[in-house]
Ligand binder design. Structure first.
Ligand code: CA
Length: 444
């Protein structure tokens, strides 16, 4: 059970600055014990509902409530099948609600599910919410955006970034509009220590580019990073609901032994792996029985040749064969009580986009400038700001930058900006509509 209890996670959903309703939803279903971990795993889902007047809320809530239940119901059929059926049943349910009442027309939701299990991470996905993985100095998008823009880009054979002006918020696949839905299932992605997954709605991904998400998660603890990402999206206008669910795989020294280097250690590792492979395939009582038979043959050979020590082999063979028979009985009894092994159908584990995470002077400078601009805006207003906290972080950032320690500098700049962003965002909706900060654009 290598990853049990060693997963850190934090989820947050925010209405944003412009909207009155939050139509996003998320859920965390962590296995409470070892048995659940091995049989079910940890499930994390983000859903972004659409449709007017509280209708979208209904769809996303239904998705995050029903998908985990249906997944567990079918888990004996293996993760890919169970996830697919869970998404398809949720789709059918939402579709039924949407078609039953003209008021609910247009009911739909995206859904992106991350399932962590012993064999790795699985993804099930419909819509344009995203799953990223941050590993070392890369952030990778593991989901395909089911959007008009990505579909166009795919047909033209170009990266979505190169499309130019297209409607980026039109989605072409979601749960609800049609009675049947195609679900993307990917995995298993083998887990490594420190892998950080981010599930988010487009309220985040439209405003905070992946390289920044990666940089922020590289320097801040899980919860702080999640909250700061929301503040940042709101600072940049917060036009949509924002949901961020961060999952970090902790250190798992037991399951990732570093590869041996020397000849002797390679030999030892080879023998150990061989034994482990044998143990996986052959039940242990059979091994004992085989040893017993081997000892019995040795006894016969020794007895026939009148060699000394034959009686020792006779006794040892007797003990082994008796032990093996008892073992076989116990093993059969245990087999009956353990659930059948889950078949894992091979599916792809794609990385759709990949961006380097660079924490350098230019990123540090960009965040410093944003904080200074925001500081100016706040000084002109009479809002309650933790100025002492801001200055402490800004000073620490300046010291880091002075020593060319950009990681430290960036971490403290994020914290300094957070100290200013929180009061700004919470006071902002009360402001007159005419107030439009100039750093609303992506230059922040
Ligand atoms: Ca959205």
């Amino acid at each position: 059970m290598p990853f049990f209890k060693e997963i850190e996670h934090f989820g947050v959903t925010d209405v944003g600055v412009k909207r009155t309703h939050n139509q996003d939803a998320f859920t965390v279903q962590k296995a409470p014990d070892r048995e659940h971990w091995l049989r079910v795993g940890h499930l994390f889902i983000v859903a972004d509902g659409m449709g007017g007047h509280a209708v979208g809320e209904k769809a996303s809530a239904k998705a995050v409530q029903e998908i985990p239940l249906t997944y567990v119901k079918y888990v004996h059929e293996g993760p890919p099948t169970a996830l697919r059926r869970a998404f398809q049943e949720a789709n059918a349910g939402i579709n039924a609600v949407g078609t039953s009442n003209p008021e609910f027309r247009g009911l739909g939701t995206t859904a992106t599910a991350l399932l962590l299990r012993d064999e790795g991470a699985w993804l099930a996905h419909v819509g344009d919410s995203r799953a990223y993985r941050i590993r070392n100095t890369q952030i990778q998008q593991l989901t395909y955006d089911h959007s008009y823009a990505w579909e166009m880009a795919r047909r033209l054979g170009i990266p979505p970034e190169e499309l130019g002006e297209v409607k980026r918020n039109v989605i072409v696949r979601s749960l609800g509009p049609d009675p049947l839905v195609q679900v993307d299932i990917e995995g298993p992605y083998p887990l490594e220590d420190g892998d950080t997954f981010v599930l988010c709605s487009d309220g985040l991904s439209n405003l905070v580019p992946p390289d920044e998400i990666g940089a922020i998660l590289a320097v801040l603890p899980v919860e702080e990073a999640g909250r700061f990402l929301v503040e940042l999206a709101n600072l940049r206008g917060g036009p949509d609901n924002i949901t961020v669910l961060v999952v970090r795989v902790g250190e798992t020294k037991d399951s990732f032994v570093s590869p041996p280097t020397g000849f002797v250690s390679r030999m030892t590792a080879g023998v150990r792996n061989g034994l482990a492979a044998w143990n996986r395939r052959v039940p242990w009582p059979i091994t004992i029985l085989l040893v017993g038979f081997f000892l019995a043959i040795t006894f016969v050979v020794f007895a026939a040749a009148n060699l000394p020590g034959a009686s020792v082999f006779f006794a040892a063979a007797g003990v082994c064969i008796a032990g093996g028979v008892v073992g076989l009985y116990l093993h059969a009894k245990q087999e009956r009580n353990t659930p059948p092994e889950v078949p894992v159908a091979p599916v792809s584990a794609s990385i759709y986009r990949q961006y380097p995470v660079r924490i350098d002077a230019s990123l540090v400078d960009q965040f410093l400038k944003s904080a200074l601009q925001l500081k100016e805006q706040l000084e002109a207003r009479d809002w309650k700001v933790d100025w002492a906290g801001y200055r402490a972080q800004a000073d620490a950032a300046a010291r880091g930058a002075g020593e060319s320690d950009y990681i430290t500098a960036f971490r403290h700049h994020c914290r300094a900006l957070g100290k200013l962003a929180a009061p700004f965002n919470s006071n902002r909706p009360k402001e007159e509509a005419g107030f439009r900060p100039k750093w609303e654009s992506t230059e922040l």
